[in-house]
Ligand binder design. Structure first.
Ligand code: CP3
Length: 345
């Protein structure tokens, strides 16, 4: 069985599909030899900033795996630089922000920018990918959500506790809301620019928002996310709202917006869907580390996710988070094939 050009978009709209669509977060990346070959010659940021390279990398998984969507190869942090927050990727450590924002004065210096100028290369990549895909599968664009973007800008890199971010949120709520509002306006404009350039769906990554409880989410995050979804609504492309560790706040994520809500593996898919509401589509939710283990256990896990979806329209199969670098490509290929060949009990 092969991919089908509108299966993914139909599922986003909760329309019936021939088989469950599948794509993977981080489907382009270090687990693929083709990607590593390019990375030997170019840095991650070089690839992101060079449309020919970003196009090639975006297409790598489409050529090797039965995925029903391509995702733009870029990075969540690209908007930080034109905001006046320079950063780099440090080998083995992930992103490092040169001067983390720690005070109200730091936040006040952050600039807004025109994505059609400062991130023109991303928009050019989108046009080139659409042309190269020639309708084979749809292209997903994306951006980071205010909390997740702010957490990198404030912590300076990855964090387990989000201590600086939350301290600022609780201690300087007015400054937080100004900054989160500014991020929301930038992200909304950037997503609209991506849609104008040709992306056929957009995913908002609020990867780390599961660090908040429902009351804090409601107070500090929800109004800003809602603004982003409102700005994108009515432009004819489905929206996906993704986070991890969000089992306790799925109803709030749903309320904030998104035609499709992402769920991670910590909550069974049927329970997550119940909490989100069956009038929304759901994306998820296999544990990405299952791809590292034996194939029979991987496929049994995938079967369980599909059983829990119960053949209801509006399920997009994905992992609960991105593919890990040590993942065998053959397991990813076998998983996509399994999803397409699955027959409901
Ligand atoms: O999913 C895809 O195939 C599209 C590409 C994509 C990348 N980053 C490329 C990348 C996407 C959608 C992202 C989003 C992103 N970037 C997120 C949100 C998604 C998530 O994982 O929750 C976040 C938090 C970032 C920030 C970021 N970029 C981190 C924390 C890291 C380092 C972690 C690591 O795996 O080393 C990156 C680097 C990065 N972005 C890589 C890739 C393929 C690994 C890069 C490399 O060195 O080649």
């Amino acid at each position: 069985m092969t991919t089908h050009s509108d299966r993914f978009l139909r599922a986003c709209r909760r329309e019936p599909v021939d088989v469950t669509p599948v794509w993977f977060m981080r489907q382009a990346g270090r687990y693929m030899a083709e990607y590593r070959a390019i990375r030997q010659r170019y840095s991650l940021l070089d690839i992101c900033r060079t449309p020919d390279l970003a196009t090639e990398v975006t297409l790598q998984p489409v050529h090797r795996i039965e995925v029903d969507a391509a995702i733009l190869f870029s990075d969540l942090l690209l908007p930080l630089e034109p905001m006046g927050i320079p950063f780099d990727f440090v080998k083995g450590e992930g992103p490092a922000i040169e001067h983390p924002l720690r005070s109200e004065a730091d936040l006040a210096r952050v600039r807004t920018f025109e994505p059609r100028e400062a991130l023109a290369h991303v928009l050019q990549t989108i046009r080139q990918v659409r042309q190269a895909l020639d309708g084979r599968v749809p292209l997903i664009g994306f951006a980071g959500a205010p909390f997740t973007l702010a957490s990198y800008a404030i912590e300076g890199g990855h964090s387990n506790t989000f201590a600086h971010t939350k301290a600022l949120m609780y201690g300087e709520p007015a400054a937080w809301h100004r900054f989160a509002g500014q991020l929301a306006a930038i992200v909304a404009d950037y997503l609209v620019a991506q849609i104008e350039a040709g992306v056929q769906a957009v995913q908002i990554f609020d990867s780390w928002v599961g660090a908040l409880n429902a009351a804090d989410y409601r107070e500090f995050v929800l109004p800003h996310i809602r603004r982003i979804f409102e700005a994108v609504a009515g432009r004819g492309v489905p929206t996906i709202h993704f986070g991890t560790g969000t089992g306790a706040i799925l109803p709030e994520l749903r309320e904030a917006g998104g035609d499709v809500i992402g769920a991670d593996w910590r909550i069974p898919l049927d329970e997550a869907w119940q909490r989100i509401g069956f009038d929304r589509a759901i994306q998820g939710n296999l544990d990405p580390t299952l791809l590292l283990g034996p194939l029979d256990r991987l496929l049994a896990g995938a079967g369980e996710v599909l059983d829990r979806a119960g053949g209801r329209a509006g399920h997009i199969f994905n992992l609960g988070h991105g593919i890990l670098p040590m993942t065998p490509l053959e397991h990813v290929q076998a998983l996509a094939r399994y999803v397409h060949q699955y027959v409901p009990a």
